[in-house]
Structures are given as structure tokens and as C-alpha cells.
Design a protein around this ligand. Structure first.
Ligand SMILES: Cc1ncc(COP(=O)(O)O)c(C=O)c1O
Length: 456
């Protein structure tokens, strides 16, 4: 084991970190945080500093850190059967048990699950299945996918193309040309400040229809979106948004992929975001909350309608030639089973609803009157605070992100980890679903203190 004092150097010398300025990091000009252990909503670094994790890692440690039930399930599975593949009809007890548990909890029109490892690969499979489906039914030109600006769906070649944040495209030759982006559904950032939420939702649906009509409408296969936008700034949909969008999708026979990587398994206080907003998707993407990140696992859940077609396709043409060595990995699935059992046992979805409401109310009460806080928004155990240069005229900073980064830094010094969301001055909150009201109080108090310290 490397000694603590050498860990930082070794980290800089060997390890490429995601979303990091590599040159500055290697030169030691960026802060390094090496985490060591965690319990409940708290995490400690190797220097024994303790932090309240107000973003649950990357909004994934939903049941909190240090749950022995999940650690024991992983250990038991590793001792009994560390691995077997799921190709050609092979399976393990854990992957079968988890499939059934996921389907029991999914919206009624869902039929089956395919397990992957990351949200990105599950989204990619969902798009591949859209293409496969349309080939089987003879609509071979119906292939384009519409996503939203500021949407987040991963960082692969296809999933990164679906992502609507510019930074994920620059110098990677993305997006690929089968992917189009439409209006972002961000009411606070609307161009026409006179619009009501309902008018803005209608505007978003009109923009979507315009984009469809600007193409061969029959070339558009699917629309992908998060029920509530996550990395794009934690943005709940404006009133009537999903009703308006659903009308357009139906009109042009476009399938819906609900990306529930963040919202799946309770983050909004409902099992799925689709239940929460009354959405009826053809595909659901899950990851994070499926195992609370105790082990990597994702899933593509498909509807009865999709299943009916693709199973016939494999009968007619060839078997489903998609998969990876780790599809349905038994250790990850064992973690998933234990995680979902704990979610039920501890009534954490209910806690996400109640304590999430408390988080949102407290943030609003503490911060909405501040002269530089333009917007406080959220749903369930998700919230965001947006800082603006000038509130009345809603002027944003010309170099977005700098103020938010300073606030996050100040919060860290007071022992709370939140997240500066990309492309804006937005502080994001997504505590573990087990967070207590006392912990929420600490998050809000520290946020306020840090904002006052940085801004005034
Ligand atoms: C909505 C959404 N979809 C997909 C992903 C990608 O998941 P992963 O990072 O596991 O590839 C994320 C990650 O944050 C996400 O928030």
C-alpha cells in the first residue's frame, strides 16, 4: 500500500481523471481530494477531514455510504460465484432476482431489462434497439434521435452526441449526424421573459415540431430526455411540458427514451421520474440508484411494445448480437438486490419526498431574497441555486462557472460537498435519500454562509 504522503504524487503521475484539466492537475495546480471512507451522508478524506456529501457522490449513493447489508451481499456473491456470463441464455441467481425486482418496480407498460455497466452504455443500447426495431418493422429510414440542448446522457460517441452540453463535443468530433438537439426546457433561461410556464412549454413543443418538420418527419425515430434535467442545471420541467411534448411525439410516431439514470429508484420521491410526471416511455435508462453505486450497473428497460417486435426480429434474423463480458455481472446484481431491499426497508423513497421538500423549502427561504440569487428550484431530493450578475434584468456572468466554483470551494472548507453544475453558475444539491433534516439544515446554512462570503 502506498503511504499517504506519496498518494498525491502517484495520483498526479499515473491517473487520468475525468472532467479535469490534465496539465494543471499534473503540475499540482488543482486541489486534490483523495477519499478514504464513508458512513451515512458523510465521507472522509485521507487527511481525516470529514464532509457532508450533499451530492451523494455523483447523485448516486442514494442509500448512503457504509451499508453493511450491501457490502455483505457483494462479499457473499464474490465468494460463491464471482462471475459467470449471461450470453446464450446463461444466468446467475442474482441477475435473475434483480431483473424481477426491477420489473416489479417499473411502470406497468415495461416488459424486460438488459443489464449494462454505465448510464452511457444503457443509453447507447436503447438507441441501438430503436434502430433495430425500425429495421425489423421495415421503417429503415426512421433513425434520427432528438435530444435536448443541455440534456445529459453520457460521454460515449453516441451517448456523448445525445448530451447537449457543448463541452462534451469540442475536439471530439461530436455530435454524430443522426443526433439533433431541440429547445432545452429551461424556464428560467427562456428568451422571452413574458412567457408563462405553460406558454413556454407550448413553445418547447412547437420548437420540437419545427425541428421534426425541418427534416423528413418520418426519419425521426426517438426523443430522449431526462424527466427532470440533471447535469444541465437541475431543472424541473415547466408546467404542462410533458403533456405538450407527448402530443408531438404521438403525432409523428416518435418513441420516447426516458433517461432515468438520476431519477430512477426514488430521487424525486417516486420510484421513477416517469411515474412522477406521468410519462409513458418506450424505453427507460437506469444506473446510479440501481445499486447506489456500490458496484457498477445500468439497465435498459424496454416496453411490451418494443419487446414484441425485437423478439420476433431475433427469431427471424439472428440472435440479439449485443452484449459485453460484464452484462448482468453477478456481483453488481447482488449489490442491486441488497440495495433495493434496503430502499424498501428504510422507506427511503418516502424520506426523499419529505426531506426533499424540506430541502427545497429551506433553500428557498434562506436564499431566494438574496440580490444575486436568480433562481432556487428543485424537486424531491434534488435542488439547485443559480447565481446571476444582476437579478432584476436576469443578467448572467460573461464567464459562467467561476463564482459557482468559488462557492463550492468555500462550502468544502465548511465541510459540505455540493456540485458546481456545468455551463452556468449553478450550485447543485442531491443528498443521499437517507439524509436527515438536521443534515439538510447544515447543507443550507453552509451554502448561505459560503454565498455571502464569496459574493459580498
Ligand atoms: C441522466 C444521465 N444519463 C446518463 C448518464 C451517464 O451515466 P454514466 O456516467 O454512468 O455513463 C448520467 C450521468 O451522470 C446522467 O446523469
Amino acid at each position: 500500500m502506498i503511504e499517504n504522503k506519496n498518494l498525491k504524487k502517484s495520483d498526479r503521475d499515473n491517473f487520468i481523471h475525468p472532467m479535469t484539466d490534465l496539465e494543471k492537475f499534473e503540475r499540482g495546480e488543482l486541489p486534490q481530494k483523495i477519499m478514504h471512507s464513508g458512513y451515512g451522508s458523510y465521507i472522509k478524506d485521507i487527511e481525516n477531514n470529514e464532509y457532508l456529501d450533499a451530492f451523494a457522490g455523483l447523485y448516486c449513493v442514494n442509500i448512503g455510504y457504509g451499508r453493511t447489508e450491501v457490502a455483505d451481499a457483494i462479499s457473499k456473491q464474490a465468494h460463491k460465484l464471482s462471475y459467470y456470463h449471461s450470453y446464450l441464455g446463461h444466468s446467475t441467481e442474482a441477475s435473475i432476482e434483480l431483473s424481477e425486482m426491477v420489473l416489479d418496480r417499473s411502470p406497468k407498460n415495461m416488459s424486460k431489462i438488459f443489464f449494462g455497466l454505465t448510464g452511457s452504455d444503457a443509453n447507447e443500447l436503447n438507441v441501438k434497439l430503436v434502430w433495430y426495431y425500425n429495421n425489423i418493422i421495415g421503417k429503415t429510414k426512421k433513425k434520427k434521435i432528438i435530444s435536448r440542448m443541455r440534456g445529459y446522457h453520457g460521454a460515449g460517441i453516441l451517448s456523448g452526441s445525445l448530451t447537449g452540453l457543448k463541452n462534451y463535443h469540442v475536439n471530439f468530433d461530436l455530435p454524430i449526424d443522426r443526433v439533433l438537439h431541440t429547445e432545452q426546457a429551461f424556464y428560467y433561461h427562456r428568451t422571452n421573459l413574458d412567457q408563462t410556464e405553460e406558454q413556454y412549454s407550448k413553445y418547447c413543443a412547437d420548437q420540437l415540431e419545427k425541428l421534426i418538420l425541418s427534416q423528413e418527419p418520418d426519419s425521426i425515430a426517438a426523443f430522449i430526455a431526462e424527466p427532470i434535467m440533471g447535469n444541465g442545471g437541475i431543472v424541473p420541467p415547466p408546467n404542462k411540458y410533458w403533456e405538450e411534448i407527448s402530443v408531438i411525439l404521438k403525432r409523428y410516431d416518435i418513441m420516447l427514451i426516458a433517461d432515468e439514470v438520476v431519477t430512477g429508484f426514488g430521487r424525486l420521491g417516486s420510484m421513477f421520474g416517469s411515474d412522477h410526471y406521468n410519462i409513458v416511455p418506450d424505453f427507460i435508462t437506469i444506473a446510479k440508484g440501481l445499486t447506489s453505486a456500490y458496484a457498477p450497473l445500468s439497465g435498459s428497460i424496454i416496453s411490451n411494445k418494443v419487446w414484441g417486435v425485437i423478439k420476433k426480429g431475433t427469431d427471424q434474423y439472428a440472435s440479439l448480437n449485443h452484449g459485453s463480458t460484464y452484462s448482468g455481472h453477478p456481483i453488481s446484481c447482488a449489490a442491486g438486490v441488497a440495495n433495493l431491499k434496503l430502499l424498501d426497508k428504510l422507506n427511503l423513497i418516502n424520506n426523499a419526498s419529505e426531506t426533499g421538500k424540506y430541502l427545497n423549502e429551506r433553500l428557498l427561504g434562506a436564499l431566494s431574497s438574496h440580490e444575486k440569487i436568480g433562481d432556487v428550484r428543485g424537486a424531491g431530493m434534488l435542488a439547485a441555486v443559480e447565481i446571476v450578475k444582476e437579478k432584476k434584468e436576469r443578467k448572467f456572468y460573461s464567464k459562467p462557472g467561476l463564482i459557482a466554483a468559488d462557492i463550492i470551494k468555500a462550502m468544502k472548507n465548511y465541510g459540505v460537498l455540493a456540485r458546481a453544475m456545468p455551463e452556468g453558475d449553478i450550485i447543485g444539491f442531491a443528498p443521499p435519500l437517507c439524509a436527515s433534516k438536521k443534515e439538510i439544515d447544515k447543507i443550507v446554512d453552509v451554502t448561505k454562509k459560503a454565498i455571502i462570503e464569496v459574493i459580498s
